[in-house]
Design a protein around this ligand. Structure first.
Ligand code: C5P
Length: 295
């Protein structure tokens, strides 16, 4: 979602959760082929592009732990876009970071996608949708899934994206263990025989998967064992929160965020209260963004 106001262009960049995640195998280029249903949730970074005189890329961020140089996904997105489309209007990027880092929520990827979409609108057709998708894939495997506003099915290394309709409309309670997990380390630890064979990543799209209880039966993440191997505190955190909350929790992406699916806002708030009272872990109630949201 984006807003234009004078010399300021603003957007919000949502977090994602992987409802299913199947790893098919390691590729010759070092990446892994995946299949995943990815939902967006109502936890957002805020992005402002402010007009400037200085043509150098400038990024400011509310979280000092976020690199504001070439390491930043936004920097790479701007650089690749200007390589493709020619000089961009000089601007300063203000990033209001709310999505935790190293959390499997795709914050950096979502920020890059939001900036690409904002800028492409200002370029009046100088970049096609397919150019934008190529640039997004070059910035990172997860960036393409954020070029679509709602739930998507992704494949390849994450760059092949198809919008899908989730039969379930509900709430996700996110729990944030107090550490991040390295995505590269988790993929490096993945072993083919550690995954259950031939699970269907699209299973949560079946009409019958329309309640949180049914989703809990079918959701899976083939990276889970590697996450627990790389960061044993993740297994402990999940056992702890499941124990005190009496609720099933899933790992999103390569961790470290855990999420639970609930059918109503009331149930989600009650769960958060239990977590706050009993677990010592931070949590947040979010809603899964659907195609109804932008109507
Ligand atoms: O593409 P991105 O830079 O976001 O990926 C971070 C790291 O995660 C990659 O360097 C790679 O080690 C791993 N990865 C992977 N297969 C994918 C996506 C990411 O191995 N499909």
């Amino acid at each position: 979602m984006s807003v234009f106001c004078g010399d300021r262009h603003s957007a919000i960049a949502p977090a994602k959760i992987n409802l299913t995640l199947r790893v098919l195998g390691r590729r010759a280029d070092g990446y892994h082929d995946l299949e995943s249903v990815v939902a967006k949730v109502t936890l957002y970074d805020g992005i402002d592009l402010v007009s400037e005189d200085d043509p150098a890329i400038q990024i400011e961020c509310t979280n000092p732990a976020v690199p504001t140089d070439t390491q930043n996904t936004i920097w790479r997105a701007i650089e690749l876009l200007s390589n493709r489309a020619g000089p961009l209007p000089p601007m300063r990027v203000q990033l209001h970071k709310r999505i935790p880092l190293g959390a499997g929520l795709g914050g950096g990827s979502s920020d890059a996608a939001a900036v690409l979409m904002l800028l492409s609108r200002r370029l009046d057709g100088r970049v096609s949708d397919s150019d934008l998708a190529h640039i997004a894939a070059e910035v990172g495997s997860d960036v393409c899934c954020f070029l679509q506003p709602h739930t998507v099915y992704i494949s390849g290394r994450g760059e092949i994206v198809r919008p899908v309709e989730l039969p379930w409309r509900g709430w996700a309670v996110l729990v944030f263990p107090p550490f991040g997990v390295s995505t590269a380390a988790v993929y490096a630890a993945w072993q083919a025989n550690g995954s259950a064979p031939d699970r269907d990543a699209e299973i949560c799209l079946k009409d019958t998967c329309n309640t949180a209880e049914k989703l809990d039966e079918v959701l899976f993440n083939d990276l889970e064992n590697s996450v627990f191997a790389v960061e044993p505190r993740m297994r402990e955190a999940r056992e702890h929160v499941e124990d005190v909350a009496q609720q099933r929790f899933h790992v999103t992406g390569s961790g470290s965020t855990l999420f639970a699916c609930l059918d109503s806002h009331e149930q989600a708030e009650q769960l958060k209260q239990r977590i706050d009272l009993l677990s010592g872990l931070k949590s947040l109630v979010t809603r899964v963004i659907t195609s109804e949201d932008n109507k």
